[in-house]
Design a protein around this ligand. Structure first.
Ligand SMILES: Cc1ncc(COP(=O)(O)O)c(C=O)c1O
Length: 266
């Protein structure tokens, strides 16, 4: 569905010009939301982050994304909603649109049974993205080729997901999720200052249980009782095997998953 006039379009219909800077340079921002009960879940938090991402890419975000999200979700019980705003072609305005798809079977599977993961270095120190804001740490732009390549590297290593470590040994995030570890009865997640995306799922989870936000070392991750990956569509997914070490589906992850799912319709 196009933002302009909230016009429904078939996914096969072109909506971007070939010279759009989103296409040519990756200068586009997006949000991925869960559609639950005909509504986009936790919409306000996603819209806030979309505004921040657009500002960092100098994209003049048009008004109307809230209405677009609501209109695109109508009548769907369960689904995936992507809100996208591309910078547009030189001399033309930004282009906003929404894409609705089904929740992939492997996502449901991961929610239910967890995922295996491997750690991969991102090749940057934990401080680097704060020191160099042009690396766009914390921005949800469509330049996700590195994220997708990381998932392919994980798959080549026989795992379903990856957890990025900094070059100086700190936990960052997963290519499409926030990392939370359970260590000695405490839930901990790395701070946004290491250049990661501020997760909306983490924010919802923090309303349910205390989660300390502080740097997490690779050693802490390796010794954690439970490791969880948080993201809007998959929800709370347990890491059942990390770098070959079996972790299984633990009680903390199961409880948080169920409680997060219950927030989707509120
Ligand atoms: C790199 C990255 N980190 C974290 C997240 C989790 O964000 P959210 O919980 O808002 O979906 C995502 C979601 O897609 C992501 O792509």
């Amino acid at each position: 569905m196009l933002l302009e006039g909230l016009r429904p379009v078939a996914a096969s219909e072109p909506v971007l010009r070939a010279d759009d800077l989103g296409v040519l340079r990756g200068e586009a921002v997006f949000e991925t939301l869960r559609i639950a009960g005909g509504r986009p879940a936790h919409l306000a938090a996603h819209l806030q982050r979309l505004v921040l991402s657009a500002a960092r890419l100098d994209i003049a975000l048009p008004a109307g994304f809230a209405e677009l999200a609501v209109a695109a979700s109508e009548g769907l019980d369960d689904g995936v909603l992507r809100l996208v705003c591309s910078k547009g072609a030189p001399g033309a305005g930004p282009v906003g649109f929404a894409v609705v798809t089904e929740v992939p079977a492997e996502t449901r599977q991961a929610r239910e049974h967890g995922v295996s993961a491997v750690t991969l270095t991102l090749g940057l120190s934990a401080a680097q993205r704060a020191e160099a804001p042009w690396l766009l740490g914390g921005v949800k732009s469509t330049s996700y080729a590195v994220n997708m390549a990381s998932l392919r590297a994980a798959a080549a290593a026989g795992a379903q997901d990856a957890i990025w470590l900094s070059s100086d040994g700190w936990v960052l995030e997963a290519p499409t999720a926030t990392v939370v570890v359970s260590v000695a009865g405490e839930l901990v997640s790395p701070p946004a200052s290491v250049g990661i995306l501020a997760g909306t799922t983490l924010a919802v989870v923090q309303e349910l249980v205390p989660v300390a936000v502080r740097p997490v070392s690779a050693a802490e991750l390796a010794g954690a009782d439970e490791v969880l990956l948080l993201s809007s569509v998959r929800g709370v997914a347990a890491v059942v095997e990390l770098d070959g070490r079996p972790l299984g589906l633990g009680p903390v992850g199961k409880d948080l998953r169920d409680r997060f799912e219950a927030t989707l319709l509120r």
